[in-house]
Ligand binder design. Sequence first.
Ligand code: MOS
Length: 749
Amino acid sequence: MSDIASLQTGARLRQGSNIGQPMTRRDGVLKVTGRATYAADNNPEGLLHAVVAAATIARGRVSRLDVAAAKAHPGVVAVITPENRPQLAADPDDKPNPLAFRLDLLQSDAVRYAGQPVAVVIATSLEAASEGAALLAPQYEVEAPRVDLGGESFEAKIVGPGFPGRAESGDFDAEYAACDQTLEATYETPAQYHNAMEPHAIVARWDGDRIEIDTPTQAPAIALGTVARFFGIAPENILIRSPFLGGGFGSKGMLAGPQVLGVMAAKMVGAPVKLVLSRPQMYGPVGHRAQTRQTLRLGMAADGRMTAIAHHTLAATSRFDDFVEPASNASHALYAAKAIRATHDATRIDVGTPRFMRAPGEAPGSAALECAIDEAAFAAGIDPLDFRLRNYAEVEPMHGKPFSSKALRECYLQGAERFGWAGRPLEPQKLRDEKGRLVGRGVGTAQFPAIMFEGKARAVIRADGGGLAETSAEDMGQGAWTALHQIAADSLGLAIDAVEFRAGSSDLPDAGIAGGSGHTATAGTALYRAGEDAIARLTALAVGDRRSPLFGAGNVGVVARDGRLSRQDDESRGESYAAILARAGLSEIEGSGRGVADPATEEAYAKYAHGAVFAEVAVDPDLCQIRVTRLTGAFAAGRIINPRLVESQYYGGMVWGLSFALHEEAVHDRRSGRIMNANLAEYHVPVNADVPSLEAILVEEDDPHVNPLGVKGVGEIGITGTVGAIANAVFHATGIRVRRFPILPADLL
Ligand code: MOS
């Protein structure tokens, strides 16, 4: 049902038969039967293959490439190096806006990080291109790299696009000096790589000045802008198809250098070209999460109430670009304190530029904050859940704004109940399981901002009474399209099967970026508005037509449901969409919509999703092996469009958190600057055996302010809270406080 009154009064969504249903992924069968066409599955006629040759040093310059040897290979068609690289319309070292990352497009012989592309070889087969790349046998002038946080640092004024590097309320120094008890602790988090299952891939084909591209991207319009900028062509001459992504996690937010090199290669050889990164090549030019060192200083009154919170982050960024992991932002709005200070410094090291990755900022920031909170609670002799409740922020603490909604207390209570938190001994090393393992229980608070980008959508009601909804929206695998389709169907007052849903291509209305856990709110609002608009236009046709049973009903008194418009006061009086269009002689009627945050609401409220994560671990006292035995997360994120998909998002998020706590770490060789575990065998991520029974509780939350749908994001919040919960459980089991991640058996010896 689409309530027409809502359009006129600005009232909130009233849902029909689709929103709230636990539908399965609409593209699920295609995916599990191998019929979903990912970028690298495209094989146009005359396709050539491009392979990147990647630097094996982290700093210096390429002194020699054996281009002649590569070209002598019978399958090799062309070799692109800085010497013969085609001129681009823009300098890859320019940064026209904060979202435009500086790219490595063979603009010079300089090497700025290990894994940087130094040449591209194009050949008739993948094998020939790979052999050609090997024949280049690069030689280098090597400079000593630095890949740790030990060097000079500088204050980061901006940490990534749109985030101020420093935020402060109250007088931290005064409050910290005056409080009864303080806690200061420093935590380290490692470099982590996105490791989406699908590596970055591109198939590009030029036709004169036009280009068609198949490549995974979280934001088709941003990708299109990048291609237009570098190749100097009009946006309308570019088509980017990105129907399926095998994960993205931020690394596919904006095009990475190798994707642009694929477009360049196709142009150079005048044939369609496919370029697919290998797994090891994913560790460098497509982003990662930066290493951080974070210091928390907490000041408390004697009763355990915090008066001062300072969160400082030192984050690594590349030598040539600025992206500073905004970790300290995690402390902006979680706990109440008279004084809060969140600051960031950065240091330049010889790695590829870090980018957004899975709860950027909040993931490592929450890891440090939630451990510090646990340490403070322990120092104060207070149960860590009680300590959190005692420091509950009833309003957003920095500015005193009300939260648009905040069911965190319910998350704590429901999570604690389900997990069985009560009776947990305060002291560590008190619990053992039947195998004699040390058992510990920990808790962490989850929080993630509920943001919106800007998105557009189009909705159509067709002559047969069915619908069509279009937006460029991306689905990274989590089921976003299904949720958006549900919203579109409700807004059109139709069953989901009666609505065709088109998405994932740059020629559709720009849905913004599938990122920041803001996509459903953004694209969903656009789709909802578009459907409302189409229904309003249809209604106008009916109520103004003497031949309609709705004549004179007025917009306010009409409901749209199951393909019919009817009077609100008497639903037996109405007619089908098809009948209205037929009488008007129309083949279809169209509406459009926009999803963007309302500036007034944005100003008035603090908007966050919240949660509480409870972890139990068992630690072998001899081998120090750590097993997570239980994870229970209770999350409140406004209206739930599809509980099945949301539950699986929370599971995924908690597994990420487990991964952060105990597994993931890119290990650099300090002498060469290379990553020593640039593969999925040695870069550990959890396997099924590492993941315990997971529980996700969907805590009810009604948010009248956040957006017309009442939707907050669910994609990233699960990782926050979880890392701290597990680390705190390890402390509770062993009495050993590990302040670096991942926590390894060796740390417990
Ligand atoms: Mo996500 S790191 O916002 O793609």
